[in-house]
Ligand binder design. Structure first.
Ligand code: NAD
Length: 510
């Protein structure tokens, strides 16, 4: 499938920057060597801006500023309440920019505007949540009667390297920025090169909120250059990464040299399991939203739907009918439900999976570019039924509006199918049988399970995957644990009883 640039006029936000710089030590700067890369919008596929392309020396400058702010600046030494005040001001500023942020995010990513609007509120909530958490935070103290008092001295770790993907970029950046900053670390953020626009808003938001210079640094650039240099930097003890599993594997190898702390949120191919006793209409609503919201560019998408055979035909028919009526179109149109995929490279990847799917399953809806949208990265919501578990569209993450439906006969078969991929991020289970729901949840290989629900998450709960979907969990106090050292301090009570090595005179006779 080919895409041609759209030469017609299309919606362009006012005052759109034409050049995006790094932000290092409180200043906007270009790359030391002047390197840049081009940034496209996904509707016209034309370049709307250049961005500074960070190289090793730019990462060095950012890490050095962050290191100085950590070693000698006020931020790590401020009381939690003082840091919390700054975080709350950041949250207020993010909320106040909701419509501008949504407009920029939609322009840069192709996400439908109605879905971009929620991102600012979720990003703001991350800052408020961690502001509350650090103020309420307390640590363990233990008494060993008559011998010792032990307590935990929790400390920020240093410069945290934050590497983020292009789906919901601003919101996913806030997931890492909020806990890393709340705990007193300083940071270098390397946002995704497909979507650098919204990250450029952070610098002013942070400065106006009173975050000291050098605490937040941003380096734009390609993963293999700026991202790689950040991962390999010896003065960066922590990397929090969200992105593809294969990138995570590369980062894991590269971080070994300096033994960094790693948090990895990786890819997914999550099952949505629908039993015959479920509320089928509610399951259909959820299974549609689960894979077609955010253009299907969603790590927790329920992109494999497993349906009990007695309701399989009914489910497929109703599901496909609804998929066909999903509104695909201009991301800035409030009626749009599926917008444009982020980049022509990604469009080509998703389109190639649609072609593979035509040889692996029965096409029930979609199947490629919608007729009414000859330009831009548009793919119609695509539904394949009767997909065998060894099919590539059952096994591989497509990260677009494409879903595979497969029937099952027994609970055991449903579980086997659900677990039959290398991934283990999320699982969605639809049944009105309480015992079955909980039994299935215990055995399914997924970091997060939703019973009779789409993806609704409370910020206190752990977020993360198992198997190839990730390492470690963030969310709530687990994020606090990732971004802090817990030093154990032991104090003697009374007289110290130490074995007296060397205190016996070896020449003395018995
Ligand atoms: P990606 O792995 O291509 O890129 C992610 C980030 O890593 C980008 O900033 C990129 O520049 C950087 N990068 C690339 N190569 C690098 C290297 N060698 N060293 C250091 N950094 C490098 O992922 P993507 O295409 O931007 O995002 C989509 C993927 O992200 C999907 O697989 C999706 O499932 C996953 N994702 C996971 C979660 C989660 O929480 N589990 C959330 C969102 C997205």
């Amino acid at each position: 499938m080919t895409i041609s640039p759209d030469t017609r006029t299309h919606y362009v936000p006012e005052d759109l920057p034409t050049h995006l710089q790094h932000y290092i030590d409180g200043e906007f700067v270009d790359s030391v060597g002047g390197a840049t890369f081009e940034v496209l919008d996904p509707v016209s596929n034309t370049t709307y801006a250049t961005a500074a392309a960070g190289q090793r020396e730019d990462i060095d400058a950012a890490v050095s500023a962050a290191r100085e702010a950590f070693s000698n600046g006020p931020w790590p030494r401020m009381k939690p309440r003082e840091r919390a005040r700054v975080l709350n001001r950041i949250a207020d500023a993010v909320e106040a920019q909701e419509s501008r942020l949504a407009e920029l995010e939609t322009f840069d990513t192709g996400l439908p505007i109605t879905q971009s609007r929620g991102q600012a509120l979720r990003a703001a909530e991350n800052f408020r949540f961690f502001a509350d958490l650090i103020v309420a935070q307390f640590d363990d103290a233990m008494k060993v009667p008559g011998a010792q008092i032990n307590y935990v001295n929790r400390k920020p770790i240093g410069v945290a390297g934050l590497i983020t993907p292009w789906n919901t970029p601003f919101m996913l950046e806030s997931w890492k920025l909020a806990p890393a900053l709340a705990t007193g670390n300083t940071v270098v953020l390397k946002p995704a090169e497909f979507t650098p626009l919204s990250a450029s808003l952070w610098a002013k938001i942070f400065k106006d909120a009173g975050l000291p210079d050098g605490v937040f640094n941003l380096v734009n650039g390609l993963g293999e250059e700026a991202g790689d240099a950040l991962v390999k930097h010896p003065d960066v003890p922590l990397i929090s990464f969200t992105g593809e599993t294969t990138t995570g594997q590369t980062i894991f190898r590269n971080a070994a040299e300096s033994l960094k702390g790693l948090s990895m949120e990786l890819g997914g191919k999550s099952p949505c399991v629908v039993f015959a006793d479920a509320d089928i209409d509610a399951a259909i609503d959820s299974a549609l939203f689960g894979v077609f919201s955010l253009n299907g560019e969603r790590c927790t998408a329920g992109s494999r739907i497993l349906v009990e055979r007695s309701v399989y035909a009914e489910f497929c028919e109703k599901y496909a009918a609804r998929a066909k009526t999903i509104v695909v179109g201009d991301p800035h149109d409030p009626l749009t439900e599926v917008g444009a995929l982020v980049h022509p490279e990604h469009f080509e990847k998703v389109a190639s999976y649609v072609e593979i799917g035509k040889t692996e399953g029965t096409l029930l809806a979609g199947g490629g570019r919608p007729d009414h949208l000859p330009h831009g990265n548009y793919i119609a919501p695509t539904v394949f039924a009767d997909v065998a578990p060894e099919a590539r569209i059952f096994q591989e993450e497509i990260f677009g509006p494409v879903v595979a439906i497969t029937p099952f006969d027994t609970d055991a078969e449903a579980l086997e199918l659900a677990n039959n991929t290398k991934y283990g991020l999320a699982a969605y289970i639809w049944t009105n049988d309480l015992t079955r729901a909980h039994t299935f949840a215990q055995s399914v290989e997924a970091g997060m399970v939703w019973l009779n629900s789409h993806n609704v998450r409370d910020l206190r709960t752990p977020f993360g995957g198992v198997k190839a979907s990730g390492l470690g969990h963030e969310g709530g106090y687990r994020s606090i644990d990732f971004y802090t050292d817990q030093q154990a301090v032991h104090i003697t009570l009374g007289t110290v009883h130490t074995p007296k090595f060397g205190a016996t005179d070896p020449t003395a006779t018995a």
